[in-house]
Every structure is written in structure tokens, then in C-alpha cells.
Ligand binder design. Structure first.
Ligand code: MG
Ligand code: MG
Length: 272
């Protein structure tokens, strides 16, 4: 059952999403060759608690850490460890926060030092596909419209769209209805209505769409060992239109990236 949120509940969700956004912004300054994903995880947990939140993933389905840390060929759900990141790696960081009974849940794939042009393009196209999907999340459209838009754009670039893992409704539960696949058919699936809140999260592989899982029961990686990217935003439907609750602006501030990619999805000004 889809849980529609009131305007007040959406503002609480924005608060949770912004703590995740700020956590990713803090991490943007720390992602560099030599740092371990476990060290980043510890920083994130402290930061989240200092901001009045609780790590949303820690203990969820028995996940052992605060961040999902998925380098290179890992798609999602990687477990932080003591292996240092290396020049040319990419690292997908997925972060969840629970505050005021509502979850925030978003993700960004960072470059570690200088990455190959091929990988850079994978990240750029995956992030672009996220906004192409978000644009379809509006009243009257359906789940399949978002999935179709992401899949079409991604496959036109020759990349693999992961099927086994999908976006989702978000609220008092980390995973609510509806499922939000990154593939689909136009006009199919559940209809979007005012007050819906979701996480849209393309998981895009440079090569095959096929994945496998490590014996740890968590880590998902590409079947061909090629890199995978993951970008995730939290969005509500307000006034019939997609409104971003999360932001990559804190990351961009640290990395010195100028972007207006979020402007069209923001009816409420971003608080500093
Ligand atoms: Mg996530
Ligand atoms: Mg998610």
C-alpha cells in the first residue's frame, strides 16, 4: 500500500534527507587515495548522530554498518572494510538517516583521484539518467514512465541496467510501496499522486546488466567485473510536480562543481 504524506510529513522527510546530503558532503572532502571505507563509515556515523539523526542502515535487515560502500565493480550493498581506496577507483556511497520517525536515503558515486574517461562518462550518464527519471515522477504518470525513461537513456549509451535491485517508496519505512525499477514500459504500473515520496536510484553497469552476490550475503557486483555507478535522490510530489528532498549541492560545494541540475526540481529554496 502506498503511504501518502502530508505537507508536514514531507518537511520532516526533507530534514532527514538533508542530513544524508550533508553527510555525503562531509565525506566528499575525505574520499581520497589511502582512506579506508571503514574510516569513512565511522566519520559518517558520528556526523549523523551529531546532527540529531540515527544511521538508517545500521542494523536494518542486520546490515553491520552505517554506509553501504561499493567500490568499482560493486553495484550496491558493499560492507565497509579496511582496504584503502586507490587512485582511479570509484566508490558508491549509499547513506540512510532516520530522524523524527522518517528516513532519508541517498547515494553518490565519487571519483577517487583521477579516473578513466570511460568511467567518468559512466558516472555522468548515470547521474543524468536519475534526473531524466525524476522528471517523469509527477501526478498522472505511472511507475513505468520513470523506469522507461531511465532505461531508454541508459541503454542508448550502451550500458547495462540492473534489474534485480530497484528504487522504492520512502517514509517511516526505508522500503515502502511502490517499487521503482530503473526499467519498464510507458503507462504501466501504479499511478503517481500528490504527496507520494520515493527514492529513485539508477544502478548502471559499464558492461553487462548481470550481477552476482558475494558470499557475505550483502555485496552485489557486476558479473563481468566492470565498474558500476549508483546515484539516488529522494523526491516528493508537491503541486503535482517532483520536488527534490535531497541535494548533491553539499558535495558540489566541496568538489568545486558548478551545477544547476537540481533547480527545476526545487519549489522550496535550499536552506544553507
Ligand atoms: Mg540508498
Ligand atoms: Mg534506496
Amino acid at each position: 500500500m502506498i503511504k501518502i504524506k502530508s505537507a508536514q510529513e514531507i518537511e520532516l522527510m526533507r530534514e532527514s534527507a538533508l542530513i544524508v546530503s550533508k553527510t555525503l558532503g562531509m565525506l566528499a572532502a575525505e574520499v581520497k587515495p589511502g582512506v579506508t571505507t571503514l574510516a569513512l563509515d565511522t566519520l559518517a556515523e558520528t556526523f549523523i548522530r551529531d546532527h540529531g539523526g540515527v544511521p538508517g542502515f545500521l542494523g536494518l535487515y542486520d546490515f553491520p554498518n552505517s554506509l553501504c560502500m561499493s567500490p568499482n565493480a560493486q553495484v550496491v550493498h558493499g560492507i565497509p572494510n579496511k582496504q584503502p581506496l586507490q587512485e582511479g577507483d570509484i566508490i558508491s556511497i549509499d547513506c540512510g538517516v532516520l530522524k523524527n520517525e522518517f528516513y532519508g536515503d541517498h547515494a553518490y558515486t565519487f571519483e577517487v583521484g583521477e579516473v578513466s574517461p570511460e568511467t567518468k562518462k559512466l558516472l555522468q550518464i548515470t547521474k543524468e539518467s536519475l534526473y531524466i527519471g525524476i522528471r517523469e515522477f509527477k501526478t498522472g504518470n505511472r511507475v513505468g514512465d520513470v523506469g522507461y525513461a531511465i532505461q531508454k537513456f541508459t541503454e542508448d549509451h550502451g550500458y547495462g541496467v540492473v534489474r534485480e535491485l530497484v528504487g522504492h517508496g520512502l517514509g517511516k519505512e526505508m522500503h515502502e510501496d511502490p517499487e521503482m525499477p530503473n526499467y519498464g514500459k510507458r503507462g504501466r504500473g501504479k499511478k503517481f499522486v500528490e504527496g507520494m515520496t520515493v527514492a529513485i536510484e539508477p544502478m548502471t553497469n559499464l558492461g553487462t546488466k548481470s550481477i552476482k552476490q558475494l558470499k557475505d550475503g550483502w555485496t552485489i557486483l557486476t558479473a563481468d567485473g566492470k565498474p558500476s555507478a549508483h546515484f539516488e535522490h529522494n523526491i516528493a510530489i508537491i503541486n503535482g510536480k517532483p520536488e527534490l528532498l535531497s541535494t548533491f549541492q553539499y558535495i558540489y560545494d566541496v568538489l568545486g562543481i558548478k551545477s544547476n541540475e537540481e533547480d527545476e526540481f526545487r519549489q522550496t529554496k535550499l536552506q544553507s
